[in-house]
Structures are given as structure tokens and as C-alpha cells.
Design a protein around this ligand. Structure first.
Ligand code: DQA
Length: 147
């Protein structure tokens, strides 16, 4: 059985009420629920982890090695400056898809740059909840389990 790990970074626990004009009104639990339903239909295992702490996310990435076939990661603000997350991704063989709800490229200048982009397989941004679902669909297709 294939397994996917979904990692959510800082402040994403507040989704639904946090700046809804940018991030929408869907709560994190609902995003996870939709991904879980899709993964289940494909017969794939899926786990979720949210943390506001950089080290906890580094630990989760390191521990994914040998346990997961894909990581879907919204590193949130860490996207823009965490060399520790970038090095953790670079240190494992598990492919990572970078996700953002908002289109980081048309927001403030400091959000345009992703320090993790050079070490991930690809990036999905700007589609709201569908960014996560598109990343999941891509992972399923890459693993050869999407219909
Ligand atoms: C985000 C974009 C980041 O710039 C921001 O810090 C976030 C969320 C997104 O999903 O659009 O917290 O990753």
C-alpha cells in the first residue's frame, strides 16, 4: 500500500477564520477530510500533521523517509526563509509537492521567493483548497494509482 504524508506549517491551524479573503473559509479539518476521501477511493494511506514549529516539521520530514511515498507540503511562512526545511527535504528521497492556497507570486514581494522550490518536485499555488487536491491528484498519478 502506498502512503502519503500531508504537512501543514504555521498558522494553517487557523484556516477558516484567518484572513478568509486570502485563504478562504474552509477549515483545515475540512481540507484534510476531502483529501482523505480522495486517497481512500484510490486505496492509498494518508496522514496529516500540522505544526507551528519549524523543528517539528523538520522531524516529520526526516521521519517520512522509508515510511511515505509522497509528501504534500504547505510550509506556509517557512516557505520563504527556512533553510532547515529545505535541507530536510534535500536530505530524503521522498518526493515533495509544494502547495499554497494563495498565489504567492502575485502577493507581497517577500512571498515571491520560495527557498524550498529548488528541492521539491513541483509547486501548486493559487487554487485555494484545490491546490491541495491538485497536488494529491498529481501524487496519485505519479504513483500510478489514479483512475
Ligand atoms: C501560504 C502562503 C504563505 O506566504 C503564507 O505565509 C502562509 C500560507 C498559502 O498557503 O498561501 O501562511 O503558504
Amino acid at each position: 500500500m502506498k502512503n502519503i504524508l500531508v504537512l501543514h506549517g504555521p498558522n494553517l491551524n487557523l484556516l477558516g477564520t484567518r484572513e478568509p479573503e486570502i485563504y478562504g473559509r474552509t477549515a483545515l479539518a475540512d481540507i484534510n477530510g476531502r483529501m482523505e476521501a480522495r486517497a481512500k477511493r484510490a486505496g492509498v494511506g494518508i496522514d496529516f500533521f500540522q505544526s507551528n514549529h519549524e523543528g517539528a516539521l523538520v522531524d516529520a520530514i526526516q521521519e517520512a523517509q522509508g515510511k511515505y511515498d509522497f509528501i504534500i507540503l504547505n510550509a506556509a511562512a517557512y516557505t520563504h526563509y527556512s533553510i532547515a526545511l529545505r535541507d530536510a527535504i534535500g536530505g530524503i528521497d521522498v518526493p515533495v509537492i509544494e502547495v499554497h492556497l494563495s498565489n504567492i507570486h502575485k502577493r507581497e514581494e517577500f512571498r515571491h521567493h520560495s527557498v524550498i522550490a529548488p528541492v521539491v518536485m513541483g509547486q501548486v499555488a493559487g487554487l485555494g483548497v484545490e491546490s491541495y487536491l491538485a497536488a494529491l491528484e498529481a501524487a496519485l498519478l505519479k504513483m500510478g494509482v489514479a483512475e
